[in-house]
Design a binder for this molecule. Structure first.
Ligand SMILES: [Zn+2]
Length: 283
């Protein structure tokens, strides 16, 4: 791999079966209902690859959505793994389960591990209705730590407009979770719901050793000046490029990032090097 790979670390795809059976999943899965009640776009692996080709994106992390319905989770996870098998150099699979499923959630993760699963996510505490601090699910987080699996966690702003899937987990619950699971590598989605700004507090930055922030859906949430400002708030290795495709086009987030982060080395770190290092993939 060369040094200037572009990796989109936050994308979503689903099999056509799910698209064809939307009505059914709107009834059985709370997360699906939150995100797809208004006919929102569902993208296939081929559409993602096409978008990546158009944007010169070398590979993408493909995520689930924080499922509640076991059957929907399985279909989604298997599709993501199959897509990785089909496009091994283009798609990095993350799988999504519900920690509330106990041993079943852990078994699912261990089942997908040999097939290239590189992390877990996107998990969504609000719509999946689990408590980050629940001692009953502590073994789930330990399984991720033991297997070097980063967690991509949906986080959202405590202020501002409401949007489908925003959720309402407080930032203090997230910092407690980070503090209690110091070994767990966590990518806080959507700039950490603003958590990135609190890196200026010494007691908060001291718990962020294994914490990262992605840029997913940035254009939908923030003014583009967040790109250079964020680069001053945290160490350069903490920021990870993600789009939230197909919610937001890869072109939009990529263009903003490239235009706003001027330093070449920093740009390369954010666009690919940081996530590849986190995933222990060769650069
Ligand atoms: Zn999210």
């Amino acid at each position: 791999m060369n040094s200037s790979l572009i990796v989109d670390s936050h994308t979503h795809i689903l099999p056509s079966f799910v698209n064809d059976n939307r009505k059914r999943y709107l009834e059985t899965d709370n997360t699906f209902k939150e995100l797809f009640s208004n006919g929102e776009k569902i993208a296939s692996a081929e559409e993602l690859i096409d978008s990546m080709d158009r944007n010169n994106i070398d590979c993408s992390i493909v995520l689930g959505f924080g499922w509640n319905d076991i059957e929907l989770a399985r279909r989604s996870n298997e599709y993501i793994i199959e897509s990785h098998t089909k496009y091994p150099s283009r798609i990095i699979p993350f799988c999504s389960v519900n920690p509330n499923w106990g041993d079943y959630a852990i078994d699912q993760i261990l089942e997908y591990l040999p097939y290239g699963m590189a992390g877990i996510g996107e998990l969504h505490p609000s719509s999946q209705q689990f408590e980050l601090e629940d001692p009953q699910i502590a073994s789930f987080w330990n399984t991720l730590i033991e297997n070097n699996l980063p967690l991509l966690l949906h986080t959202s702003e405590p202020v501002g407009h409401v949007y489908p899937g925003k959720g309402n987990i407080s930032l203090s619950k997230i910092t407690d979770f980070i503090s209690d699971n110091a070994q767990l590598e966590i990518i806080c989605a959507h700039w950490g719901g603003g958590l990135i700004f609190y890196n200026l507090m010494p007691e908060i930055s001291s718990i962020f050793t294994n914490t990262y922030f992605d840029t997913a859906a940035s254009n939908y949430l923030y003014d583009d000046s967040i790109f250079p400002i964020a680069s001053q708030l945290v160490k350069p290795e903490k920021i990870i490029f993600g789009s939230d495709y197909p919610v937001i086009s890869q072109t939009k987030v990529l263009n903003s990032l490239v235009a706003k982060i001027e330093n070449k080395n920093l740009k390369e770190d954010v666009l690919g090097k940081n996530i590849l290092k986190l995933l222990r993939k060769e650069i």
